[in-house]
Write a protein that binds this ligand. Structure first.
Ligand code: MTE
Ligand code: MO
Length: 507
């Protein structure tokens, strides 16, 4: 086997050992201390905004998987290079691995909330990788056998077996670590949670909220299919037994409450449609759920914010922050510190044990998952996570409407066609939805019923389709009379605008 290839394989084996071992050790030092997750987290936090939007556009909700796979591929390439260099000079290999170790340690130590033990997975991983590389590269049979000779073949077989065993052991350690981590996760604690009966139940969903049209989004979105957006590469595992919510900062009366204390308070249950600011026109980063929780207003009233504390910063267990106008949280809308979603404890990926939900505001300025702090401050004094990354500090949800059926590029038969979709203008309410064909006159759609102005609403319109290619467009008008603007604008900095349109072929 050629020395270069041999070195490259040795490098990849060493890297696999480092990652597998680190993943295993991270079971004990915290999932976010594993080098892949820590470095990935730094990339997520510091990647330029256009790149991130590109990732969301191209990979959608798989952007995190794409990031991890991409990182692994890059890593394998560098590991191969280090191994290749190590064949020529073993010290070059050792320095290369040390460099990786340092990057891992630096990333893990600088993650929010990291303690000194966060350095351990990368340190151990790099140390063992160094030994593996040394053994695989330096232990050459001397003298070098003729290529193709019996000793050459034996040597090659021995080398490949060693590499296979090492990589296999690394994979076992890594996967074993992942398995143990799930076992140690909060799933058990979540199953044990008994949600209280709401003192103020949600209004019953009126008959006719669901038009029961194929491919039309259901009025209530099941937890299973509810969109998920966050910066977390591994889900924060927040144990309700040790969870507290600290309300502090510019308040007269700082308070800290435990999970049991929160559950003991009178709870409110409301339907609220959540929407992501990154949603493109016609996109599906929006969903409607029944949330159970304590009104934020009551907690703030107890804490007594000082005059001028116009921003409430929600802080997550993983350090993520969002900033919500204090006045909006106290204006009587159903802003909740929520523990329940559609009758269940919050799913872990939707913020278990506790999150915030605020009708009318995009998620990134209000819907803090895994929330552990509410800090009273001012917009002048603090920028939350997405603000220095180019997104607006204040972001009410824009009026939007979407055509769910027919789909773009659909082939239809001439005659009556049901055109249907959803529209939303949270906390203002949708007053009207209109559809037009090929730029013709606007036709008013039929609106389904909804429980409140804080949720989306289904709409439908009967179209007598004629043969040919056609373009359908939709627009909504909110209850203040404002018509959804036509002008197409991208999601940055405060939400996309424009009319959703769908091209179809009628035969
Ligand atoms: N801790 C934390 N909370 C977060 C986020 C995050 O990255 N971290 N993302 C926010 C964004 S951008 C949105 S749109 C909503 C999405 O909530 P969901 O994943 O439950 O649908 O969560 C918000 N809460
Ligand atoms: Mo979002």
């Amino acid at each position: 086997m050629r020395n270069g290839l041999r070195g490259a394989l040795a490098g990849i084996a060493a890297a696999a050992v480092a990652l597998g071992l680190a993943e295993f050790v991270a079971v004990f030092t915290g999932a976010r201390s594993a080098p892949l997750v820590a470095v990935g987290g730094v990339v997520v936090d510091h990647a330029p905004e256009p790149l991130k939007q590109f990732a969301i556009d191209v990979f959608g909700i798989y952007d995190k998987v794409a990031l991890l796979v991409g990182t692994l591929v890059l890593l394998a390439a560098f590991a191969a290079l280090i191994g290749w260099l190590a064949v020529r000079n073993i010290w070059a290999g050792v320095v290369g691995i040390a460099l990786f170790g340092i990057i891992g340690v630096a990333a893990a130590l600088t993650r929010p909330g990291a303690g000194p033990s966060a350095a351990v997975p990368s340190l151990l991983g790099a140390a063992v990788a160094g030994v593996v590389l040394w053994r695989l590269v330096a232990r050459r049979p001397a003298p070098a056998p003729e290529p193709g000779s019996a000793t050459g073949r034996d040597d090659r077989r021995r080398f490949l077996t060693t590499v296979a065993v090492v990589v296999g052991a690394a994979a076992a350690a890594g996967l074993g670590g992942r398995f143990l981590a799930t076992r140690r996760s909060v799933n058990e604690a979540r199953k044990a949670v008994r949600l209280p009966v709401p003192a103020s139940p949600a209004p019953a969903v009126p008959a006719g909220s669901d038009l029961d049209i194929r491919r039309l989004a259901s009025y209530v979105t099941p937890n299973r299919t509810f969109y998920r957006i966050d910066t977390a590469l591994v889900l924060p595992q927040v144990d309700p037994a040790s969870w507290t919510l600290k309300i502090h900062g510019r308040v007269r009366n700082p308070i800290t409450i435990t999970f049991d204390e929160l559950l003991a308070r009178p709870m409110v249950e409301r339907y609220v449609t959540l929407a992501c600011v990154s949603n493109e026109v016609g996109g599906d980063l929006v969903g409607n759920a029944r949330w159970l929780g304590v009104p934020v207003k009551e907690l703030l009233d107890e804490a007594q914010p000082f005059e001028g504390a116009d921003q409430v910063v929600g802080r997550s267990a993983d350090g993520w922050t969002c900033g919500t106008p204090t006045a909006l949280l106290r204006d009587g809308r159903d802003a909740l510190i929520a523990v329940g979603m559609n009758g269940e404890p919050l799913p872990v990926k939707h913020g278990f044990p506790v999150r915030m939900v605020v009708p009318g505001l995009y998620g990134y300025v209000s819907a803090c998952k895994w929330i552990v702090e509410l800090e009273l401050t001012s917009f002048a004094d603090f920028d939350a996570y997405w603000v220095p990354r180019g997104w607006a500090a204040q972001a009410p949800i824009k009026t939007q409407s979407r055509i769910d059926t027919p789909r773009s590029g659909g082939k239809l038969t001439a005659g009556p066609v049901t055109v249907a979709g959803v529209a939303w203008a949270q906390h203002r309410g949708v007053a009207k939805v209109e559809v037009r064909v090929d730029g013709g006159p606007w036709r008013e759609a039929t609106l389904a019923r909804s429980v409140s102005i804080d949720t989306w609403v289904q709409w439908m319109w009967r179209w007598d389709a004629t043969p040919g290619e056609h373009r359908l467009q939709v627009r909504a008008t909110d209850a203040t009379g404002a018509v959804q603007p036509e002008q197409r604008r991208p999601p940055t900095p405060d939400g996309a605008t424009g009319w959703h349109s769908v091209g179809v072929e009628v035969g």
